[in-house]
Design a protein around this ligand. Structure first.
Ligand SMILES: [Zn+2]
Length: 537
């Protein structure tokens, strides 16, 4: 999710007049000097950022199957002195990397999973697979850990030299596309001692925000029906079709849809629709995402769906076998004090310097998609004003992100960094095109600078932390208390995507990026930067 936030932020800017930010930072020469040093050091890490971005792109792993990605990232962190805990919260690909001592404890997170069938040759402004049918980074989750790791390593070096107390905790967003793990990380206590959580997510601008995000809360659940098989032609009357139940549940939901509040979003797929037509399906399943503005409305949608499922079973003489919650997300609420500190740093870092080739790729992609060919943004987004935050909180969101669950447990912000192209549809091959090119690399460098500067703000200005908790307790949580969607008996759906990944893994392995042999992934693939269709006059 993120396009939605980007668009919503853009429209909110038109809704409310511009005001100067409320906060005027007091001058702190030491802090400013360390920030300037960190910016320089991040530039010196540009090669490392490029390698991480390209490597994770080439793994292209789906949610819960991020084995190569996690092995690679924890390897980098371990060799840089971080203590690694693997298999966190019962999730094989989840980990926590910890370094430092004492307070403040600052967490840095970013998602790592890909999108089915979004495998795509980078820098190529039209549909062109590396491995046909395979998953890929059609969301850009290959870039955020590079931002966090570079920032953490640079700040760690400064902390060691200047003996600055504090603990850095890096963690991955496993299976974000399934909204599959962050509630479990919370339940496992990963954020128990954390003072501030800085999340990064790929976007097409350098931006952050605060308050209620224009997102929806979500429950992901699969309904499995059980019937009885029979010869579909010789003895159809002896069969009880689980597929009939699935289809009637889908139809029942689609009739109900007319009578649901307009802000809701729901969608489904049929993972199991039977084996073959001449066998009456004895099993079938339907997988829904239910999204609404808050906890209560989302739970109500889920309860409605359970009744419709029971009705479908009754109509077809089948049984509703199991209802499994596969994922969930709270609507996110971001910390105002942290976002305001981060916005100052965004202003100071500014947008990356794009060259003609970067802009030519962006325009080529935009023309291919039939959206305005405005190219890449050349200015970061200004700090969010209270009026804009209020407008955003009223906006009806679209997507969801389980960072929401963490944001209701510890003061959190999301930094959006400009590694992607404006105008892409999201969850699509086109969203992967920029993600192993200089656009992604430069965007991640800019993000790492902001992230490192914000880490220094938190480490050297204790007031930032106290303000964040004051906001968290007295504003954010004043009328709303977190209770997870997941029940104590629910477990992470770690089996998801295993078959899909296994089908493509061997073929994809041939294209894993080898940084010892090639300067970058484009060189390895032999792709000219940029590869854009010629304009036909
Ligand atoms: Zn995402």
């Amino acid at each position: 999710m993120r396009r939605a936030l980007s668009l919503a932020l853009a429209s909110a800017l038109f809704l409310a007049p511009q005001f100067a930010t409320a906060q005027t930072p007091t001058p702190n020469p030491r802090l400013n000097a360390l920030k300037a040093e960190a910016v320089k050091e991040i530039d010196a890490k540009a090669k490392m950022i490029q390698e991480i971005v390209d490597e994770v792109y080439s793994f292209g792993e789906l949610g819960f199957q991020e084995f190569e990605t996690s092995k690679y990232l924890t390897g980098i962190l371990e060799s840089n002195g971080f203590m690694i805990e693997r298999g966190v919260a019962g999730i094989p690909t989840a980990w926590v990397a910890r370094w430092g001592n004492g307070k403040p404890v600052i967490a840095l997170g970013s998602d790592i999973d890909g999108i089915p069938q979004s495998n795509q040759k980078p820098a190529t402004a039209f549909r062109d697979w590396i491995v046909t049918g395979a998953p890929g980074h059609g969301e850009g989750h290959n870039s955020g850990q590079a931002v966090n790791i570079a920032a953490a390593l640079v700040v760690k070096k400064i902390m060691e030299r200047d003996k600055i107390p504090g603990t850095l905790v890096l963690w991955p967003g496993v299976a974000e596309e399934q909204l599959g793990t962050k509630a479990y990380l919370v339940r496992a206590g990963v954020f128990k001692d954390v003072d501030v959580n800085l999340f990064t997510h790929v976007g097409d601008d350098l931006a952050t925000g605060w308050g209620n995000m224009p997102m929806l809360s979500m429950i992901s659940a699969q309904f499995k029906f059980k019937g009885q098989s029979s010869h579909a032609a010789a003895a159809p009357w002896r069969g009880k079709s689980a597929l009939d139940a699935v289809m009637l549940m889908g139809q029942g939901w689609d009739f109900k849809r007319e009578h649901l509040e307009l802000a809701h979003r729901s969608h489904y797929v049929i993972p199991d629709g039977g084996d073959q037509p001449n066998v009456v399906p004895s099993t079938a399943s339907i997988w829904f995402y239910f999204r609404e503005r808050d906890y209560d409305r989302t739970v109500a949608l889920f309860e409605t769906a359970k009744r419709i499922a029971a009705g479908a079973a009754l109509m077809t003489d089948t049984k509703l076998d199991t209802v499994i919650m596969l994922g969930s997300a709270w609507r996110a609420h971001m910390s105002r004090p942290i976002a305001e500190a981060m916005s100052e740093n965004i202003k100071n870092v500014g947008s990356p310097v794009w060259d003609e080739k970067d802009q030519a790729l962006a325009r080529g992609v935009q023309r291919e998609l039939g959206v305005p060919d405005s190219g890449l943004r050349t200015k970061p987004r200004p700090a969010m004003t209270p009026e804009q935050a209020a407008a955003l909180a009223q906006m009806e969101g679209t997507g969801s992100d389980d960072i929401g669950d963490i944001s209701w447990n510890v003061p959190t912000v999301t930094l959006s960094y400009p590694s992607n192209i404006p105008g892409t549809p999201g969850h699509n091959w086109a969203d992967g095109i920029a993600m192993a090119t200089p656009i992604a690399h430069k965007g991640a460098v800019a993000g790492a600078k902001v992230q490192a500067m914000t880490l220094l703000d938190i480490l050297l200005t204790p007031k930032t932390v106290t303000d964040a908790w004051e906001y968290f307790r007295n504003v954010q949580s004043k009328d709303t208390k977190y209770k997870p969607f997941i029940a104590l008996t629910d477990q992470p759906a770690i089996w998801l995507n295993a078959e899909k990944m296994a089908k493509y893994r061997d073929e994809m392995r041939k294209y894993y990026y080898d940084p010892r042999k090639y300067r970058n992934y484009l060189e390895q693939l032999g792709i000219q930067y940029p590869t854009v269709r010629k304009i036909v006059q």
